[in-house]
Design a protein around this ligand. Sequence first.
Ligand code: UDP
Length: 313
Amino acid sequence: MKVLIAGGAGFIGSYLCEHYCGEGAEVICLDNLITGSRENIVSLLNRKNFTFLETNVSQPFPKLPKEINFIFNLASPASPVDYYRYPLETLRVGSAGTENLLELARKEDAFFVLASTSEIYGDPKVHPQKEDYWGNVNPNGPRSVYDESKRYAEAVTAAYRRKYGLKIAISRIFNTYGPRLRPADGRVVSNFISQALAGTPVTVYGDGSQTRSLCYVSDLVTGLARLAGKANAVDNVVVNLGNAREITILELAKTVIFLCRSRSEIVFQPLPEDDPARRCPDISQAKAVLDWEPMVSLEEGLRKTISWFEGGK
Ligand code: UDP
């Protein structure tokens, strides 16, 4: 089995590469390393069944091995701080990058899994978010570069299915955390843990009443692999993948401070523009179709992540 993972040196992508290498699949990882890193895949680089190509999927591809069975498209900056920094790259990878990968899937007759995002729901007016909700997105605000690029990626993926009969699945990934989050990537879990361990103030944006639902990365990767594993049964599925436990950002800050045994104080800073007020997936479809639900509790996942940030395992 050959699996191509675009964005394979990123946070989630690197775990997916490990998963398939461990299964004995031949894994081809594509990444231009603007937000991913070699460090994430260092344990795989010497493996015979792993190939890393430093390439930008928004550009024409280098020569690739033939007979690819599965293509995962996880290539994109995904942290708000990253896509504010790389707005045009984010738009291009969701549009041109996704189209290039879809063309490849068409030539190879591969099953195509798009990593979409809870961001396509924008600042949701429906709660929790079900897959049939179309979202509430500002089309030209600062987050639009990510939201609209992923919405386009969904549209073009669905169009390839309609026009060419390509087999596809769309996963909408909610907030995910774990070891290998870049300490400076600006996301909430990495910021809070870095700050709490350093004893510096923990920065809550707004009043901290906004909510998120945090999924530990191993759970998320199991869900993605399950999606591809059910390729014949799930063609054309759109499915939320995330943890359905909702927590306010203020409560998260207090939990991280407690688990880090930190003396950090909490400081309140301005809420970024268009920051979604509530976010929580309805995962009944993932349970029914994939027989999947997260297994790792927030406390357990945070402990593992804190230990990695501390330089442990
Ligand atoms: N957030 C925060 N302090 C930080 C970083 C983020 O309060 O240092 C908040 C942010 O405003 C948002 C939530 O935490 O409400 C999640 O932010 P993140 O950047 O991780 O991802 P998002 O879900 O917004 O894409």
